[in-house]
Design a protein around this ligand. Structure first.
Ligand code: HEC
Ligand code: HEC
Length: 291
């Protein structure tokens, strides 16, 4: 480039290049030639795009696009991949249509495919209430221990999942802890202290508190509160609690009653998925994380 604006041609003494003639407070710009390597890369990329346009899907043509000579289509690849995956899943999931739980659990290959899928299904649908791995939370029973409201064999658990508890399903399991607000306040206080002492065994076996319990509570919670009736009323003598078994919480339970709601899953999950979850839940076992 020749110097503009009537400047003298000026040569940089160090590099031997002309300067552009621009001068920023004494800093001059060299008029270096365009580097060849950049030119080579520029040409290579242009060449590559021309080849790519010919071989690969490239230009939009209204609602469609040019397909390219290689006929590649990542969308179709993904669709085929999902179909294959779904086919494999449907393959083993169909075995859960029949709730022959003993046979299902005895097939280690099936279990290896099914249990991780069940864990994901549980995470998506159940963990919000029952906690990760079924470890429970305030108002939501632990599913990973051996204490059950309705029974812990897979058939019973499947039925609980299917119809729910106090749900809108016509066949729902129904259970309600009635309010005992009608009892004299001191009787409720006596009962609360008594029930709070049941798990540790400090509650007296006879006496007025035990008599109050036998009269008002044993019909649902079992003699001495040890449950096992599988009617939705929990045992009050074990370590597992839903709402809490300290004196204040029991007093609250007696005052207001409790009626936990478990949705029915028949409208949302297939029979096979419900059976799969039932088997999964019964295998969480022993209070471990189970994931
Ligand atoms: C909206 C909250 C909620 C969701 C979601 C939920 N549950 Fe429940 N579930 C409950 C409540 C509350 C109870 C206890 C009801 C009661 O207090 O009587 C319960 C009880 C149960 C029981 C009975 C336990 C026993 O001791 O007999 C099982 C089994 C169970 N749920 C499994 C599941 C599974 C499996 C899923 C996922 C498909 C699920 N639940 C999703 C709230 C929920
Ligand atoms: C008609 C049956 C019935 C009677 C009678 C009854 N209960 Fe209950 N009780 C239940 C049911 C069902 C639940 C579970 C409620 C739920 O999960 O929402 C429950 C829950 C409880 C809980 C909560 C346990 C926890 O894990 O948080 C306590 C405490 C309790 N009952 C104490 C009593 C006492 C004390 C009496 C007697 C004064 C009594 N119940 C009488 C049915 C009954």
């Amino acid at each position: 480039m020749s110097p503009s604006g009537g400047h003298e041609r000026e040569v940089d003494p160090v590099t031997g290049y002309d300067t552009t003639g621009h001068d920023w407070n004494g800093i001059r710009e060299l008029n270096t030639p365009f580097p060849k390597i950049v030119l080579v890369f520029l040409l290579a990329t242009v060449l590559y795009s021309v080849v790519a346009w010919i071989l690969l899907p490239a230009w939009p043509t209204g609602r469609d696009h040019t397909r390219g000579l290689l006929g590649l289509d990542q969308g179709q690849v993904a669709v085929k991949g999902f179909a294959a995956l779904d086919g494999r899943r449907q393959g083993w999931l169909a075995r859960f249509d029949q709730p022959d739980f003993a046979a299902l659990a005895a097939d280690p290959v099936l279990m290896a495919a099914a249990m991780p899928a069940a864990a994901r299904l549980f995470g998506d649908n159940c963990a919000a209430c029952h906690g990760t791995g079924g470890r429970g939370g305030p108002g939501f029973p632990v599913l990973a221990d051996r204490y059950w409201l309705w029974g812990g064999d897979p058939e019973t658990v499947a039925e609980t999942i299917r119809v729910g508890i106090n749900s809108t399903d016509a066949d729902t399991r129904y259970a309600e802890m009635p309010s005992f607000a009608g009892l004299p306040r001191e009787d409720r206080a006596t009962l609360a202290r008594h029930v709070a002492g049941l798990p540790s065994g400090v509650a007296e076996k006879d006496g007025p508190a035990a008599a109050l319990f036998a009269d008002n509570c044993a019909a649902c919670h079992g003699d001495a509160g040890d449950g096992g009736l599988m009617n939705g009323a929990p045992s009050l003598t074990d370590a597992a609690t839903i709402y809490g078994q300290d004196e204040a919480t029991v007093a609250q339970t007696l005052k207001t009653g409790r009626k936990g709601e478990m949705p029915s899953w028949a409208p949302r999950l297939s029979a096979a998925e419900i059976n799969l979850l039932a088997l999964y839940v019964t295998r969480l076992g022993g209070g471990e994380d189970g994931q």
